[in-house]
Design a protein around this ligand. Structure first.
Ligand code: PTJ
Length: 243
């Protein structure tokens, strides 16, 4: 019998929650395979927040706190896993919360907005238009939301939209357990950590960082270094896997 405090027990409960959300249509079917990829990478980093991830989370807080118009983009997986954590980060950072989906239907947008609101988030839900330079449904955004943002936090994003947002001159903070994904490689800052661990760490840092801390973190931010540290952690763990 696995104890409820064990990471393996939590991951079983999480899988059941995602499967239930997929049946209701909140999580896209593709979201289940994305979660499986995430689980595999989480296992490789040791199902914990690494030192380099913590540094990235603090840098993310510094970016959000100094942004002109920060936006948190929420998809089906993030809503199913971390609605409460999104609401708490919104309170700490003052960022706007907007639902933006890869597999977009009006019905899914409405369901996800409802889940976020029930968790305490103040969801921005104005009229969406095809504003991002992408040919498919990921182009839909709101003029006063993600389209006008200077900084966008994208948990579990796909590579095309991350690249498009960077191409529009925005700073993109990604949360992605795979340090080799196109999103991780193209984002301004990548947090290689599980979304339910990463969001509370960013929230905590929003409350705790001093103005000097923020200046220092922003001046020394280096995504290539953070990604290479994440890959080094994985390599070290694999090298000692059978010890
Ligand atoms: O709800 P929708 O329609 O917007 O669709 C959402 C998905 C996730 C299906 C869509 O954005 C997608 O296909 O994303 P990708 O390209 O599969 O990328 C998801 C990334 O998130 C992968 O690199 C996974 O390793 C990573 N990931 C999965 N679960 C987690 C995660 N990262 C952090 N925490 C997780 N729990």
């Amino acid at each position: 019998m696995i104890s409820p405090d064990h990471p393996r027990y939590r991951s079983l409960v999480t899988r059941e929650r995602l499967a239930a959300c997929a049946k209701k249509g909140v999580v896209a079917m593709e979201g289940l395979t994305a979660h499986g990829r995430g689980e595999a990478f989480d296992y490789l980093i040791g199902e914990r927040t690494t030192e380099s991830a913590r540094r990235a989370e603090e840098t993310a807080a510094a970016m959000l706190m100094t942004a002109r118009h920060p936006v948190i983009s929420v998809n089906g997986n993030t809503a199913a896993l971390a609605s409460r954590e999104i609401a708490e980060l919104q309170k700490a950072s003052g960022a706007l919360v907007e639902v933006n989906l890869f597999h977009r239907t009006e019905e899914r947008v409405a369901m996800i907005e409802k889940i976020l609101a029930a968790a305490g988030a103040d969801v921005f839900s104005g009229e969406a238009e095809r504003l991002l330079p992408l040919s498919h449904d990921r182009a839909w955004s709101r003029r006063e939301g993600m389209f006008s943002a200077d900084i966008v936090l994208v948990p579990l994003e796909d590579g095309d939209r991350c690249e498009a947002l960077v191409g529009m001159g925005k700073q993109v903070i990604a949360i992605d357990l795979n340090p080799l994904s196109r999103t991780a490689q193209h984002a301004t800052l990548t947090i290689v950590d599980e979304v339910t661990r990463a969001l509370p760490e960013i929230t905590r840092a929003c409350a705790e960082l001093s103005a000097e801390d923020r200046t220092r973190l922003l001046a020394t931010s280096d995504n290539h270094y953070l990604l290479s540290e994440a890959i080094r952690e994985i390599t070290m763990r694999l090298a000692h896997a059978l010890d």
